[in-house]
Design a protein around this ligand. Structure first.
Ligand SMILES: O=C(O)CCC(=O)C(=O)O
Ligand SMILES: [Fe+2]
Length: 307
């Protein structure tokens, strides 16, 4: 692979250096799919596991169709084209729609992302009975900028830090549609991220009036590590990894310290994916994301701290 064979890739509007030293493909772990000792070793060394074709494609397709129906009903899709293609109606803003994941798409989505196959996978990976957060994140990202670099710990670190994200593409996602990118090995040997890892987006500074980890309007601090993944990559000395084309049915899982974000969406379609969270049932769980109506960010969940 050389940079000349790839299209120009950007994240947050910044061009990615695709030379072999700085960019590569996620390692496919299907060769070790039932060797959990080896999978644990890879999670530890790489910070992620990528298992293409983990879910039956048709089950994921049913989720996609449901989401497309909702978006089409709201007039967000190009009405001239088959709704399953999810062509974005030009000019509209759309990024995050957890209301669909936790509402109309919940029955079909939950069967996939919290079904027996994946729960058994995490139970075996973690070496004890696994549970999941009740809240599900859903991204419906229109053409434009993708997701800024971050670690999930700043959004969901109030229980155990032994929490794993499942990123599940709800459609085929070639490079130009803007799939997930991870910084290889960024979960360890990155002392410059130590302070960031102790942050919590729902925290306000009690001792410095006006200074807050939430913004002036009381909304949660955004939580990103700046907006420039390529310069962060350079600073940390990692490679950016992604997949030439994520497919419906693929599973990408990573830990709460792995830096990730996404490529910009250079297509005309909406990029859809869910992200969900898993941990040992026996460990403390982040109160923001569990229960019948998980409270989520902000409001009563904001805690004072001495800054
Ligand atoms: O899908 C994306 O762009 C971001 C996903 C993400 O941040 C996550 O899965 O934790
Ligand atoms: Fe994330």
């Amino acid at each position: 692979m050389g940079s000349t064979t790839l299209p120009r890739l950007t994240t947050g509007g910044h061009e990615i250096d695709t030379s072999v030293e700085n960019f590569g493909w996620l390692r496919d772990s299907n060769d070790a799919a039932s060797d959990f000792e080896e999978l644990r070793r890879r999670m530890d060394s790489d910070g992620y596991l990528f298992i293409p074709g983990f879910f039956p494609r048709e089950d994921v397709r049913a989720v996609r169709l449901k989401i497309c129906e909702v978006l089409a009903g709201e007039g967000l899709l190009d009405p001239e084209v088959d709704i399953e293609k999810a062509l974005a109606r030009p000019g509209m803003e759309l990024y995050f729609r957890p209301d669909i994941a936790n509402g109309p798409a919940k029955p079909v989505l939950d069967q996939v992302i919290y079904g027996p196959k994946i729960m058994d996978f995490y139970t075996r990976l973690l070496g004890g009975e696994a549970t999941h957060y009740d809240f599900t994140w859903l991204r419906t990202i229109v053409p434009g900028k993708g997701t800024y670099p971050h670690c999930d710990v700043v959004y969901m670190g109030r229980g155990t830090h032994e929490v794993y994200t499942a990123w599940v593409p709800l459609g085929d996602v070639p490079l130009n549609v803007g799939g997930l990118i991870v910084l290889e090995g960024s979960h360890k040997n990155t002392p410059s991220l130590e302070e960031y890892r102790h942050m919590d987006v729902d925290t306000a500074c009690q001792n410095i009036p006006g200074r807050s980890q939430t913004d002036a309007a009381g909304r949660p601090y955004f939580g990103a590590i700046g907006d420039n993944m390529p310069s962060l990559r350079q600073e940390l000395g990692c490679r950016i990894l992604t997949c030439p084309e994520f497919k419906m049915g693929d599973l990408l899982t990573f830990n709460v310290y792995t830096v990730h974000g996404s490529l910009d969406n250079q297509s005309t379609e909406i990029r859809m994916s869910s992200d969900s969270r898993y941990q040992l049932k026996s460990l403390p769980i982040d109160e923001r994301w569990v229960g019948e109506n998980p409270p989520g960010h902000g409001g009563k969940m904001v805690r004072d701290m001495i800054c």
